[in-house]
Design a protein around this ligand. Structure first.
Ligand code: ADP
Ligand code: MG
Length: 327
């Protein structure tokens, strides 16, 4: 399909006439998009690139890839407490494949419609399969979340069940069929936008978990100048993980990537608000630890002993199989 037709096809599926929001003054088709930003609001911008065989296995279903390329960016907006507004799609495609493109666009279109984000432009080139999405969101002028506000005594909370995507990837690397819930977590992660919104004014720090819970929580701790203790016995469980040996499960839940859950801190006195936040955001929330003074992350087993994470956890789940290595 010629480049012009390809762009028109993408537009037809992801951004059909009539669905563009009024704040898009100029969308796809001109040299750049023109967008209306209201006074008193702040623009939140992020970009994420997915490279085949690095960020997703070769042969990933195009529909899942379309969903995920947008989802990982929406997850960054969620972590900032932002409302999704617009996105740009830069694609590098190895070959003409109309059916592939349609499925990719449909996967993206469903999530875009659900979350109210509008495709307003992009770029299309030929080469190794790579999808780059740039997403823009909006927040009130004093309403966003950052990584740097965790204070000693704050509780640490995680949404959902971390480790499921990594468990699916591990199964695929062994040529086994993953648990269906784990596979959904890997291929169709749902960005926690409602949770991010609900945490404005409550969370002292927030991050989305994309590279493993321990490492990503570490970014909150470093940027906040604090340390923390995690209680491994309180990590949320799924049936698919319950059968693993404790050490294997902790390794998976703490260092497996691709969760796209939110990890955040909040004052201990506000933990009684968590059940209502969980209900309103329709996601499980679990207190897994506490912020303390100093630095570093202590991992405490149920028997009170310390658990030592293998630093290169990610390699277990697919290096050489075409997924897992991050930059
Ligand atoms: P230019 O040469 O000025 O960069 P292009 O020919 O690359 O313009 O793109 C034409 C229009 O199509 C622009 O509005 C651009 O944003 C849009 N576009 C190109 N590729 C994509 C894509 N993959 N998804 C969405 N819009 C795209
Ligand atoms: Mg261009």
């Amino acid at each position: 399909m010629p480049e012009f037709d390809l762009i028109r096809r993408l537009q037809e599926i992801v951004s059909p006439p009539g669905t563009e929001t009024r704040d898009v003054r100029v969308g796809i088709g001109d040299d750049a998009a023109v967008l209306e930003v209201l006074p008193g609001r702040r623009l939140v911008l992020c970009v994420d690139t997915l490279v085949e065989a690095v960020h997703f296995p070769q042969g990933t279903a195009p529909r899942a890839l379309g969903h995920k390329a947008l989802a990982v960016n929406l997850s960054d907006l969620a972590a900032m407490g932002a409302d999704p507004a617009w996105f740009l799609l830069a694609m590098t495609l190895p070959a003409d494949d109309d059916a592939w493109l349609d499925d990719f666009a449909r996967g993206m279109a469903v999530l875009a419609a659900e979350t109210g984000i509008a495709l307003v432009g992009g770029d299309t080139t030929r080469g190794k399969l790579t999808v780059m999405v740039t997403a823009a969101g909006l927040v009130e002028e004093d309403g966003w979340l950052e990584r740097n506000g965790a204070r000693p005594g704050d509780r640490i909370v995680v949404s959902g069940v971390p480790g499921r995507a990594a468990n699916a990837l591990a199964a695929l690397a062994r040529n086994c069929e993953p648990d269906s819930g784990d596979r959904a977590a890997l291929e169709y992660p749902m960005p926690r936008l409602a949770l991010g919104r609900a945490l404005r004014g409550i969370a002292t720090a927030c991050i989305d978990v994309s590279d493993g819970l321990a490492g990503d929580l570490g970014h909150i701790l470093d940027q906040s100048g604090v340390g923390a203790t995690l209680d491994l016995g309180s990590l949320p469980l799924a049936e698919s993980l319950a059968g693993l040996a404790d050490e294997q499960r902790w390794q998976l839940q703490l260092s497996g990537g691709d969760d796209y859950e939110l990890c955040f801190t909040l004052p201990a006195a506000r933990t009684d608000e968590l059940p209502e936040i969980a209900r309103s955001a329709d996601v499980a929330l679990t207190v897994i630890g506490e912020v303390r003074e100093g630095g570093g992350l202590g991992l405490v087993r149920p028997d009170g002993a310390e658990f030592v994470l293998e630093s290169a956890g990610y390699e277990h789940f697919g290096a050489g199989e075409g997924a897992g290595e991050r930059t």
